[in-house]
Design a protein around this ligand. Structure first.
Ligand SMILES: [Zn+2]
Length: 87
């Protein structure tokens, strides 16, 4: 992982003027995604109301838990379809 800590201020100004350029950085579940601004690396996430909110450590925690539940459920679904296709 790359770590860039310096030289962020000019980009922040760009964001202030033109707005953030968010792209999906992580798909947590089918409804919840994390977004990162290409310029200033500001992160957003979808909250329980379906709105975008700043990705705070608290939300990161929630998303990690959500992701675990989601992947576990998806794996179980996959296993189900696999075993049902065998029988
Ligand atoms: Zn930005």
């Amino acid at each position: 992982m790359k770590k860039s800590t310096s030289n962020q201020s000019p980009l922040k100004i760009y964001c202030d003027i033109f707005g953030h350029k968010y792209e999906v950085s992580k798909k947590v579940t089918s409804h919840v995604k994390e977004y990162t601004c290409k310029c200033c690396k500001k992160q957003l996430t979808t909250n329980s109301n379906g709105n975008l909110t700043e990705l705070t450590p608290k939300f990161k925690e929630i998303n990690t838990a959500l992701e675990q539940i989601y992947t576990r459920r998806m794996m179980r679904l996959k296993q189900k379809t696999l075993s049902s296709s065998i029988y």
